[in-house]
Design a binder for this molecule. Structure first.
Ligand code: FAD
Length: 392
């Protein structure tokens, strides 16, 4: 799957990629970090960041340059996501979920669909995400109940999606449906549509969350929603499940990169605080119990970073990287959770105060263990791939 995408896209040069990372570095420190605490605590949507993201080209970060995107490699994109997440993970969801939708069209869409959508996705004129999960079906995607029924030149869609990132402020989504609900195997009856909000496509409710705040997660309701047949991704029924899981390698690298960012942010804050906070006449970083924590945190953050780099590099060269992406996702997300908890311990009582960022890392990091395949499933997938690659 990665081979298809990397071979067809016009990509950025190494110089262009270095320039993008440099710009992001400055943007994070000037515009993202200073507002993170306020918007997270108010659970308020950061509209001004969205406008800045448009100017930075982030809505087209991984879209090919022939469609107006930046055409970044997975390696550079992962570094960019990690860098932003180090300060505040949540805003990466605004362009990340959108880019999963864009990749679905770029990889699987008809030529007409690419021309109609990709340039508008790349500028952020049309923004959205990916609608797979339903109230009764998450991990078991083939159990979804949203139905798309052909009616003349349209399909009529009925059903409910939940937990959809960008659900409130996004206007366009790649939506997984069943066009043949009784098909066997189940995936043969699944189809993906590009659905733009309009009559019959409404937001059920915004979901309140432990972390990943300020970013909208919502229930999306389809009642007699008419999608033109021209919006059936790829123009043929029965390929939706393939389209949904086809983006998983890149998706897992992205989630892993967010984990690296969170793990590094927690480490950096703890490292700074431990040199400032005194106990028993010396900075706490000179107490061995704290040194042991810092050493573990730094080693795991670096190992996570290297796993992500390895998976992304393989993806960029078009090599199979499902095992590597799975390992990176598993390790980086667990490291994010561990490092944010260890940072809490190093901050002592102050970790419980909303005046410090470590409480946010602690609330944001568990999501990385859930998204793009839970870590329980990730372990099972890794084990299966190990056996497949090492038959006796
Ligand atoms: C903040 C947030 C944002 C999200 N954004 C999106 C989005 O933009 N688009 C979207 O489509 N979805 C989104 N999701 C949904 C997410 O993808 C699902 O929550 C995830 O796939 C897990 O599904 P579930 O919650 O239904 O858990 P379930 O599938 O019910 O799983 C519950 C538990 O059972 C375990 N389990 C299930 N099956 C097996 C098995 N066969 N073997 C072993 N263990 C198993 C799981 O690992 C888990 O521990 C988001 C979720 C959150 C929390």
């Amino acid at each position: 799957m990665s081979t298809e995408l990397t071979q067809r896209r016009a990509t950025a040069s190494p110089d262009e990629e270095a320039q993008v990372l440099d710009t992001i570095e400055r943007w994070v420190e000037k515009d993202v970090r200073p507002i993170a605490r306020k918007y997270d605590q108010a659970d308020e949507y950061p509209h001004e960041l969205v406008e800045q993201m448009k100017e930075l080209g982030l809505f087209g970060a991984t879209i090919g340059q022939e469609w107006g995107g930046l055409g970044l490699s997975a390696t550079t994109y992962a570094r960019l996501v990690a860098r932003i997440s180090q300060a505040w993970m949540a805003p990466t969801g605004i362009f990340n979920s959108h880019l999963i939708m864009a990749a679905c069209v770029e990889r699987n869409g008809t030529e007409e669909q690419k021309q109609r959508y990709l340039p508008r996705f790349a500028t952020g004129e049309l923004r959205g995400g990916i609608g797979l999960t339903e109230p009764n079906a998450g991990t078991d995607l083939q159990a979804i109940r949203t139905v798309a029924r052909r009616d003349g030149d349209d399909y009529v869609i009925d059903g409910t999606k939940t937990w959809i990132t960008n659900g409130v402020y996004g206007t366009c989504f790649a939506v997984l449906t069943k066009t043949k609900p009784d098909a066997q195997p189940r995936h043969a009856g699944m189809s993906m549509f590009i659905a733009e909000k309009g009559p019959g496509f409404t937001v059920g409710r915004k979901i309140r969350k432990l972390g990943y705040r300020a970013i909208d997660s919502a229930e999306l309701v389809f009642e007699n929603f008419r999608a033109p047949a021209a919006n059936l991704v790829g123009g043929a029924e029965g390929r939706g499940f393939h389209h949904a899981v086809g983006g998983l390698e890149l998706g897992r690298i992205n989630v892993a990169a967010r984990g690296v960012g969170l793990a590094t942010g927690a480490l950096n804050d703890a490292l700074r605080y431990s040199q400032q906070r005194q106990a028993f006449g010396k900075p706490i970083c000179q107490h061995q119990a704290i040194q042991l924590k810092l050493a573990e945190m730094a080693t795991k953050a670096e190992a996570a970073r290297l796993l992500v780099e390895q998976a992304a590099r393989k993806y960029d060269t078009g090599e199979r990287c499902d095992l590597e992406a799975g390992m990176a996702k598993l390790f980086a997300s667990e490291t994010a959770v561990e490092n944010s908890l260890e940072a809490m311990r190093i901050f002592g009582g102050y970790s419980y105060s909303v005046d410090f960022d470590v409480e946010r890392y602690y609330r944001d990091s568990p999501l990385m263990c859930i998204g793009e395949g839970t870590n329980e499933m990730q372990r099972i997938i890794i084990a299966r791939q190990l056996v497949e690659r090492n038959p006796v």
